[in-house]
Design a protein around this ligand. Structure first.
Ligand SMILES: Cc1cc2nc3c(=O)[nH]c(=O)nc-3n(C[C@H](O)[C@H](O)[C@H](O)COP(=O)(O)OP(=O)(O)OC[C@H]3O[C@@H](n4cnc5c(N)ncnc54)[C@H](O)[C@@H]3O)c2cc1C
Ligand SMILES: NC(=O)c1ccc[n+]([C@@H]2O[C@H](COP(=O)([O-])OP(=O)(O)OC[C@H]3O[C@@H](n4cnc5c(N)ncnc54)[C@H](O)[C@@H]3O)[C@@H](O)[C@H]2O)c1
Length: 453
């Protein structure tokens, strides 16, 4: 069998893997990278970027509905085929452009999953490859649900490729992925039911805001079913039938499509990690602060698949840099758990940074909560938006802002202002002294800090 040796062998060509591979190659190391799907990773080809291209058409329709009768005659009709074509014009070139960029740096490419055979060897494409360092950057894959008929479930990959908007759809799981696509499809005319095993949607977000978001989705025609366990799926002539258990009773609902949005798990299954003594659990490959496996010094892991990830693109890029730095210069750069804002791209969007009310209460002696329904504020009223609300968390003793939670049409942008404020340790008074543009959602942030709840 052919053998080969590299300084660095990277597994996975998403943002984490690409960042590590290109940084190491630029530093003069010999590098190879493998992927068992088309090159480019989740975010650019089947995640964040294509999602936002499709989503903007739902935003336009939703915004038009808000202004119907106020100057808009009728919400625009969307030509979904054209929308898909536009999206594909972004996603289609990515695999080849990614490959070309890697090849230009002298990086060897492999198009298969490697399997570990020892602590520093893998087999891939029929070759035995040894490397000084391996980097596992394989990301997440959808959690597989195991019940009768679960093979009929589709994942987010299929939602992004829908040829037409289905008449009806069921989403199993109401986290980030489920809620974003629930919003998109329901706005575009699909009758959506959310089936959730837990007792709320978006359990990571502030419940005061989540309830208001759910209400706007219910106004879109969405039905939420909580504490509901899916137990089987059956194919009917046109529809799929989902049988579920709720309150001790077994019932069924039908829809044209059923999507598995029940979470994502580290993609480690086919790598034969145990042959290389690489420890992993449900959080991913167990790494130390240098992004190095705690059980095999030859291995680094970064991005979603590492135990220190939060499954967001900016963190995957950052961890890719740290892994590369430590491979090139020895373990000198630590991952320091930065403050990470996140947003769910519904309309209104829900976004969050820093401590939740509960986290702050357990951390500080006294906490000030600034919380209000702002749907009668100018910015919401001028758009005839039904929901606008916030909760800002402040440490009473220092008067520093320590958490911000927003439900607003611009939350994906304005949450970044609070990220800056928290990072810089701004107090309420310091924040309120800043001058922002008017009339803007950013300017509203100062008014949010007027009255303690
Ligand atoms: C629908 C959706 C929407 C999202 N929206 C957002 C968003 O708006 N904002 C945000 O910050 N994040 C979002 N995310 C999350 C974001 O996409 C990920 O956090 C990010 O892409 C992770 O990058 P990564 O490099 O760690 O992994 P990935 O990009 O997943 O890359 C891993 C690569 O490894 C490959 N691979 C897997 N197993 C193997 C194997 N055995 N052998 C070889 N190759 C393998 C995969 O094919 C893939 O190309 C979204 C995710 C999804 C699914
Ligand atoms: N806008 C963004 O930044 C964005 C968008 C999409 C994904 N992401 C990233 O991807 C990660 C994964 O998102 P996700 O939505 O796949 O997962 P998630 O963990 O956010 O949500 C999964 C939901 O499915 C439910 N669930 C699990 N098993 C179930 C079952 N058997 N039946 C019914 N419900 C079930 C869970 O209770 C949970 O509410 C996120 O944590 C996030 O980091 C980010």
């Amino acid at each position: 069998m052919e053998t080969k040796h590299y300084n660095v062998f990277v597994i996975g060509s998403g943002i984490a893997g690409q960042t590590t591979a290109t940084t190491c190659a630029k530093a003069g190391l010999t590098v190879a990278i493998s992927d068992n799907r088309k090159f480019g990773g989740t975010c650019a080809t089947r995640g964040c970027d294509p999602k936002k291209i499709l989503m903007q058409f739902a935003d336009l329709v939703k915004h038009s509905h808000q202004l119907e009768g106020l100057g808009i005659k009728k919400a625009p009709k969307i030509k979904w085929k054209k929308v898909q074509k536009f999206k594909t014009s972004f996603t289609k070139p990515i695999p080849s452009s990614t490959e070309n960029d890697l090849i230009d740096l002298g990086i060897d490419l492999y198009h298969q999953s490697p399997k570990f055979i020892s602590k520093n060897e893998v087999i891939v494409e029929g070759k035995t490859i040894s490397a000084d360092k391996f980097v596992i950057a394989t990301g997440y894959v959808p959690r597989s649900l195991k019940f009768k008929g679960s093979d009929l479930l589709k994942t987010s990959d299929a939602i992004l490729k829908l040829k037409k908007i289905p008449k009806s759809a069921i989403f199993i799981g109401s986290g980030y992925v489920g809620m974003e696509f629930c919003y998109m499809l329901s706005t575009l005319g699909c009758n959506v039911t959310m089936v959730e095993v837990g007792d709320t949607a978006l359990s990571q977000f502030d419940s005061y805001l989540v309830k208001k978001l759910m209400k706007t989705l219910e106004d879109n025609g969405v039905t939420f079913m909580f504490n509901t366990k899916p137990i089987s799926i059956e194919k009917l002539k046109k529809n799929l039938k989902l049988t579920y258990e709720k309150d001790g009773k077994t019932k069924a609902i039908k829809a044209r499509k059923i999507f598995n949005t029940a979470g994502r798990v580290p993609a480690t299954e086919v790598l034969d990690l145990e042959k290389a003594q690489i420890k992993s659990d449900e959080s991913g490959i167990i790494v130390n602060d240098f992004m190095q496996s705690t059980s095999n010094d030859n291995v680094y892991a970064c991005g979603d698949v590492s135990s220190k990830s939060l499954a967001l693109t900016p963190l995957s890029g950052l961890q890719g840099h740290i892994a590369a730095h430590n491979i090139i210069q020895g373990n000198t750069k630590e991952f320091e758990n930065p403050l990470v804002p996140s947003v769910v791209f519904t309309k209104p969007q829900i976004a969050s940074v820093g401590y939740s009310e509960e986290e702050a209460q357990s951390r500080y002696k006294n906490v000030n909560i600034y919380k209000e329904d702002a749907s009668d504020w100018y910015n919401a009223k001028k758009e005839n938006a039904a929901a606008y609300a916030y909760k800002i968390v402040v440490n009473e003793r220092t008067q520093k802002i320590v958490g911000a939670h927003l439900l607003s049409a611009q939350a994906n942008e304005t949450i970044n202002i609070f990220t800056l404020a928290i990072n810089k340790g701004l107090t309420v008074n310091e924040f309120k002294k800043l001058i922002f543009t008017y009339p803007s959602y950013t300017n509203d942030l100062k008014n949010m800090l007027n009255d303690v709840d």
